[in-house]
Each structure stands twice: as structure tokens, then as C-alpha cells.
Design a protein around this ligand. Sequence first.
Ligand SMILES: Nc1nc(=O)c2c([nH]1)NC[C@@H]1CN(c3ccc(C(=O)N[C@@H](CCC(=O)O)C(=O)O)cc3)CN21
Ligand SMILES: CC(C)C(=O)C(=O)O
Ligand SMILES: [Mg+2]
Length: 274
Amino acid sequence: MSATTATARLTTRDIQNLKRRGEKIAMLTAYDYVTAGLLDQAGIEMILVGDSLGNVVLGHETTLPVTLEDMIRHAGAVHRGTRRALIVVDMPFGTASDPETALRNAVAIMQRTGCQAVKIEGGATVAPTVARLTEQGIPVVGHIGLTPQAVHQLGGYYRHGKTAPAAQKLIDAALALQDAGAFAIVLEMVVPELAGEITRLLDIPTIGIGSGPECSGQVLVVNDLIGLNVDRTPSFAKPKADVASVIRRAVGEYVAEVKAAEPAKAKGRALADG
Ligand SMILES: Nc1nc(=O)c2c([nH]1)NC[C@@H]1CN(c3ccc(C(=O)N[C@@H](CCC(=O)O)C(=O)O)cc3)CN21
Ligand SMILES: CC(C)C(=O)C(=O)O
Ligand SMILES: [Mg+2]
């Protein structure tokens, strides 16, 4: 694409403007070319190449085994499949452990995928890393509340911000991330009232998942939206389709059709003695 080609792709400023106008932001994950293209055609504003690919694509128990190379390969496919959506790439476990490591890895993501932003899990302690990336021109999305990369420390997938000290810590984290330059923050499984309070406190948009309706936008794992799962899904996922059934039925019909096919008739002279 030439430098003068007008691109229809949304920018972080467009996302900021959606919040200012009070228009909700619709975000979904995608991990491949075809799915990303369909989401783009359907008008999704942001696509997250989530490290949830470790669960829903690669079949791991957690997101921890996902590597930078995994993310870069899938993010490239998602970017190639889309024209309009702003693409955010998760920095996988261990790749944003300090500001310089994060910068090196985020630069690799930006240079090798064409995507527009990265997302980093963590609270106030991640703020210096967010500041380092944003001062280098890399847009960053924060991610607080349930942070799945810390599952072994958290001891499970549960709601966050239930006590007053926990709520205050999340508020402080959100403000620290905003001050550090994050252009949006994902709130995952945050008590809905608190998610609303954080959303009203911030200038930048909040993107909720399992955090109630008062966030500036919503994000969901695309498999949970379309009913394409073999494993248990989070309770906040309310599927709008049953693609798993569509696939099972089509495959079942194919299997039956293959099995029922007549053997090819022998042509010309009969074979001697079978
Ligand atoms: N398919 C899928 N959807 C997701 O939203 C998702 C992933 N995978 N993988 C990465 C992370 C992990 N996430 C999760 C995983 C499990 C729960 C979950 O089971 N929550 C329970 C409550 C469990 C508890 O209270 O201990 C729930 O019922 O929602 C929630 C979010 C969100 N992400
Ligand atoms: C659940 C969303 C926010 C995420 O981080 C992912 O899909 O990896
Ligand atoms: Mg993630």
C-alpha cells in the first residue's frame, strides 16, 4: 500500500471519539484470516488477537504456553484479513516483564504484523512499561481485573473488586495506566458497579468482559459468541449462534455420504477372478 492510499482503518483517535460521543465500542477476538475478515465485514471496530488462542485454537489449559511467535503469526493473518478494524495484539506471558523487554517484543509485533496496538495485562506496576511503549509511538491497551496470565497466582477465574481495598486498587491501577498513556483498558470480570465507576472516572474508554453493561465497550472471545467451543465457556458468554452444531451436522452428512457411495462400476472387460 502506498503512503498516499487513503486507508479506511480505524485509529486510536477514532476509538477515543466513539467514547466521547457516547457510542459503545464493539470488540471481538480473532485468530485467523477468514474469521477476522468476517468480523471486519460485519462492522466490528476493534479486533483483539488474544492470547486466548492458547485455549481456543491450540487446546492448552491456560494462556501461559503462548509464545511471541504464535502471536505474530496469527496477528499477521488477522491483519491480512481485515481492512477497517483496529487490530490489537496481546503480549503473551513473560514478554512484557520489564519496559525494555516489552519494547523489544512490541516492536517485533508492530513491525512483523502490521497491527496497530498491543495489550498488556497488569495493574499499576505495569505503568512504566506502558509509558515506555507509548513514548515510542506504540499504542497500548491495559488489562486489569481477572488477568489470565496470572491464573496460578490468582488461583482461579473469579470476579475482581469485591472488597473496598480491592476496588481501590483497581481504581488506582486504571488511573495509573491512563496516566502512563494507555488509550483503552480492558476490565475483565470486574464487579459491574465498580466497572461503571472506573468508566466514569477515566477519559479513555473501558472495554468490559464479564464486567457489566456500563463499560465504554465490550469484548468477547469470538468462539464464545458464535458457539464454537468443545470446552466449558465462561458464564458471561451468551452465544448468539451454534456453529459447533453446524459443523457436526455437515461433517456427519459428509461421513454418511462417503460411506453410502456406490462402488465405481468396473468398465470394459471384467477382471479375471476378482
Ligand atoms: N473461550 C474462552 N473465553 C474467554 O473469555 C477466555 C478464554 N477462553 N481463555 C482465556 C481467558 C480466560 N478467561 C476466563 C476463563 C474462565 C472463566 C470462568 O470460568 N469463570 C467462571 C467463574 C469461575 C469462578 O468463579 O471460579 C464463570 O462462571 O464465569 C472466566 C474467564 C477469559 N478468557
Ligand atoms: C479475553 C480477552 C480480553 C483476552 O485477553 C484474550 O482473548 O486473550
Ligand atoms: Mg488475553
